[in-house]
Design a protein around this ligand. Structure first.
Ligand SMILES: [Zn+2]
Length: 334
């Protein structure tokens, strides 16, 4: 049987464009975390998003491996990793986390981090790849907070380095909340560049220092947001000299978000995704996407925004010429 790379050489150009439009997509929604009644975390968004992504045929669907203790220890204190495994977080730690500990909570956190690791490997092969969860950027080296147990972006970036796949990574965090855990974990690591564009008046109220922070006022809106992102992105790609990008495509800058404040429209968020992905693609930079936050009153609004993100990745991967990474990996020129 031919590998996909071998097969691509025998497929006419028009069909090859369609083939490359299929990105690898990692999902973990069947690992459900049990929550008390009335909890405001929208756990149901993950299953609905996976159903709609699957129905739209945007890529090949995969269940990731769980992140290992060794992988987690690349970005976390081993003591914290072991206490999460053993279920010995105290009441205060669980309150800060926002989730009660359970074996299912552990498994879900391990798989969600594993999904970003898998998406990074797939992005390096194909150009773009997606984790339908992840973006747990409030997790610090030794503690969790704000629904984030492990910091999937910091762990995955370090795993790619440890596997010798890349030397330099850029994390592009467009969730409306600052990537405080990511900034703190990677503060003294010049090989991983952290960009966070977020609401100045949003949680976390004590901000950490990223390599590049863009603090935006309440009610920023589409035009000012996109201008600031464009400027930041240019700077981050230039300064980071990265070989891989991890993009947190949070749905919470949306105007209908309960925690958002930035007042972006759905169209503005789609333009954000296009700006990040097209800029990286044009720079030859593979991108692993994660969904990060989303707390709109209507669950369907959150799912619509995430779905558009995955559609944009699939569309850009399939455009004539393809992603530079895709052209190299799947369609070598004679
Ligand atoms: Zn958020």
């Amino acid at each position: 049987m031919l590998s996909s790379a071998q097969r691509a050489r025998f497929i006419p150009d028009r069909r090859r464009a369609k083939l490359t439009a299929r990105v690898q997509i990692f999902y973990t929604d069947h690992y459900v975390l049990p929550l008390p009644p009335g909890h405001r975390f929208p756990m149901a968004k993950y299953a609905r998003l996976r159903e709609r992504v699957e129905a739209a045929g945007l890529g090949s669907m995969h269940v990731p491996e769980a992140a290992t203790r060794e992988q987690l220890a690349l970005a976390h204190d081993l003591d914290y990793v072991d206490r999460v495994h053993a279920g010995t977080l105290d009441a205060r730690e669980q309150r800060e986390l926002g989730f009660p500990w359970s074996p299912a909570m552990l498994e879900r956190s391990l798989r969600s981090t594993g999904a970003t690791i898998s998406a990074c490997r797939a992005a390096l092969a194909d150009g773009f790849a997606v984790n339908l969860a992840g973006g747990t950027h409030h997790a610090f080296a030794g503690r969790g907070e704000g629904y984030c147990v492990f910091n999937d972006s910091a762990v995955a970036a370090r795993v790619m380095q440890a596997e010798g796949r890349v030397r330099r990574v850029v994390i592009i965090d467009c969730d409306v909340h600052q990537g405080n855990g990511t900034a703190a974990i990677l503060a003294n690591d010049p090989s991983i560049f952290t960009l966070s564009i977020h609401g100045a008046n949003n949680f976390p109220f004590t901000k950490q220092v990223s390599d590049l922070d863009i603090h935006l006022p309440d009610g920023t809106g589409d035009a000012a947001y996109l201008a600031a992102l464009h400027e930041g992105l240019t700077l981050a790609l230039d300064r980071s000299r990265a070989e891989l990008a991890i993009f947190l495509a949070g749905a919470d800058p949306f105007a209908g978000d309960r925690l958002g404040r930035l007042e972006l429209s759905k169209d503005g968020l789609a333009r954000r995704d296009h700006l990040v992905l097209a800029t990286c693609r044009d720079a030859g930079l593979p991108v692993a996407l994660s969904m990060a936050g989303g707390y709109a009153r209507e669950l369907d609004d959150i799912v619509d925004i995430h779905l558009r993100t995955v559609e944009t990745a699939a569309e850009l991967a399939g455009l004539p010429g393809g992603h530079p990474g895709v052209v190299q990996a799947r369609a070598p020129r004679p």
